[in-house]
Design a protein. Structure first.
Length: 240
C-alpha cells in the first residue's frame, strides 16, 4: 500500500468511513455540516471557573510534552517577578547586551518591567512601528515578551494576532520567548478558535506557536532554537 493510500486510510478510520461508502451530505451529514458558531461562543463565554481550571491543566500537561514551560501568576506583580527571574537567570545567546523587547499592550505595560529590571542591567524596549530602531532593538534582544490572544489546551498552542505594536518578530527573533496569557483566554481546541476568529480579521497574520523552535532535519536529531527561540515560557494570569 502506498503512503498516500495509508494516509487516506487513517483519515477514513478516524471519521469512521469505509473506502466504498458514499460520501455525500445525505449519507454523512456530520461530515459536511457547518459548526454552530453562536453555540460554540456561548459555551466558551459561559464556562465555569472549574471548567477553566480543567483546560489550564490540559494546557500545562500538553505543554510538558513539547518543552513548553508554563508558570502561574495570581496577578501582574507576580507575573513581573517571573519574567524578572527568567531574565536574571539567562544569558544572551549572541553578544553580551541584555535587552528585552515586548509587545505594545496594556497587559504588558502593567508589568512595569523597566522598573522591575532597572537594577539588573536589562534594557526594556516596547515595540513601536514608528521607531526606526525597532528592528535593531528586536535583533539585539535575548528575550521577547508577547501578549497572547488565546491558548489552545488541546495542543498547548499560543495564538497571536499580528497588528501594529504586536509584531511577529517579537516571538520569533529573540532566543527566549515569554507569552502572557489570561486564564480566561485558554480554549479547548482549534474548533473553538475558528469560531472566535470570525470577528478578528488580522491586520497582517495569525501566529500559532507550539513550544520552542525545533527541527530534526539533520540525522533525525532533535535540535532546539534552529529557526526561532530555543526556550519558551507561558505565564498564565490566574487572577487568584
Amino acid at each position: 500500500m502506498t503512503e498516500r493510500a495509508l494516509f487516506l486510510q487513517d483519515i477514513r478510520e478516524a471519521l469512521g468511513i469505509s473506502a466504498s461508502q458514499e460520501r455525500s451530505f445525505e449519507q454523512i451529514p456530520s461530515l459536511f455540516s457547518r459548526p454552530d458558531i453562536a453555540r460554540i461562543r456561548a459555551e466558551i463565554s459561559q464556562r465555569s471557573a472549574e471548567e477553566r481550571q480543567v483546560l489550564l491543566q490540559r494546557f500545562k500537561e500538553n505543554g510538558t510534552e513539547i518543552r513548553l514551560q508554563v508558570h502561574l501568576a495570581a496577578d501582574h506583580g507576580a507575573a513581573a517577578e517571573i519574567v524578572a527571574e527568567i531574565a536574571r537567570g539567562a544569558e544572551p545567546e549572541f553578544g553580551t547586551t541584555r535587552q528585552l523587547i515586548q509587545h505594545e499592550s496594556p497587559e504588558l505595560a502593567a508589568l512595569n518591567l523597566a522598573e522591575q529590571l532597572a537594577g539588573d542591567g536589562v534594557a526594556v524596549h516596547t515595540v513601536n512601528p514608528r521607531d526606526p530602531e525597532a528592528r535593531n532593538k528586536t535583533i539585539a534582544s535575548y528575550i521577547g515578551l508577547t501578549a497572547a490572544d488565546w491558548g489552545i489546551a488541546e495542543s498547548a498552542t499560543v495564538v497571536q494576532i499580528t497588528e501594529p505594536g504586536k509584531a511577529r518578530s517579537t516571538s520569533l527573533v529573540p532566543s527566549i520567548h515569554i507569552a502572557l496569557l489570561p486564564v480566561e483566554r485558554i480554549i479547548a481546541d482549534l474548533g473553538e478558535l475558528q469560531a472566535l476568529l470570525q470577528d478578528c480579521p488580522p491586520a497582517s497574520s495569525y501566529v500559532f506557536i507550539s513550544g520552542p523552535s525545533k527541527t530534526g532535519d539533520i540525522e533525525s536529531y532533535l535540535v532546539y532554537g534552529a529557526h526561532g527561540p530555543r526556550e519558551m515560557h507561558v505565564i498564565v494570569l490566574t487572577g487568584k
